[in-house]
Write a protein that binds this ligand. Sequence first.
Ligand code: TXA
Ligand code: MG
Length: 354
Amino acid sequence: MTDGGRTARGPAGGDDATRVLAGDDPAAVAEAAAAIRAGEPVAFPTETVYGLGADALDPTAVARVFELKARPRFDPIIVHLADAADLPRYAIDEDAADPRVAVLADRFWPGPLTLVLRRRAVVPGIVTAGLDTVALRVPAHPVALALIRASRRPIAAPSANPFGRVSPTRVEHVIRQLGGRVRIVLDGGPCAVGVESTVLLLARGRAVLLRPGGLPIEAIEAAIGPVGRIADDAPDAAALSPGRQASHYAPGARVQLVDPWPGPGLASAPGERVGLLAFDDTGRQAALFAADGPFAAVEVLSPCGDPTEAAAHLFDALHRLDAERLDRIVAQPAPETGLGRAVMDRLRRAAAHG
Ligand code: TXA
Ligand code: MG
């Protein structure tokens, strides 16, 4: 075992203990890379959320990731690269040569941006769920980059949570949700961005936002011009991005987005345990936070109302509320600018559950 390694048993129990290894220890990264090369999934940090990674070129290893997460096979997985120069190995020339790809890669990689381009045949069908496109990103976390380099493989990685649940932004979240089911977790500390990457379709000369995320769409449009949107109910939405089904990011309790804020949903029924997920604490709503107030638990995403700070705290706050055994979580809407769009996207999907 590596120095600093910790052992944990998760809710799944079983004989296989999960080991948490220090991500800044080269020996730990080498051990995790060996596991990746042997076809075994490994949980690792990125700047957005923790991922559950496997060798993207090994269909059996990728199948294990689907099984571990109970992820439906129709939902494709992002392939993580250490270097933008590797992109043409996995995307066809026609899409890789789109000048917007170079502009975005230069400006935003490594970073929370995923590009969806038509795939080369080398990418196994299980990674792309049979689509003719592949999602590629260069993550901006030293541990993720070290793992990809040491394994000398592109790493296919969804977020390291059971399908449909809240994404992990701390190593404890991974242990709580997948402990006992994954043998190695690399610890890279809390994720700085806190919401998943922005997913942008750039295939066939199109430019369409498939998922708002850690890179604001404003920054992308400033770099490459206008980007299209697809509504969840658009006829081609499911075909372009199968992961967009409404219910996602769901904690155990029912989430209710109170819009307009404050609104009638804030009242609780007798005996009901309600938690508050507040966007800000700007003074207007001090009464809501009072110790003898109506809420069993309160989380404030950004006291001063900064959407970037709110995004960084969102999943951690949902995980903490999840631990409070609440009947219901009421959430205050975030302003839909910058990372506020990603926050609202996640809250809407969490609220669509159940
Ligand atoms: O920040 C992130 O993106 C994190 C970290 C680990 O990199 N990963 C992540 O993966 O959020 P996941 O699997 O939870 O979400 C990937 C999203 C899904 O909505 C999926 O449908 C979409 O990307 N996606 C993947 N491949 C695609 C493709 N070929 N075409 C369209 N959408 C794709
Ligand atoms: Mg996910």
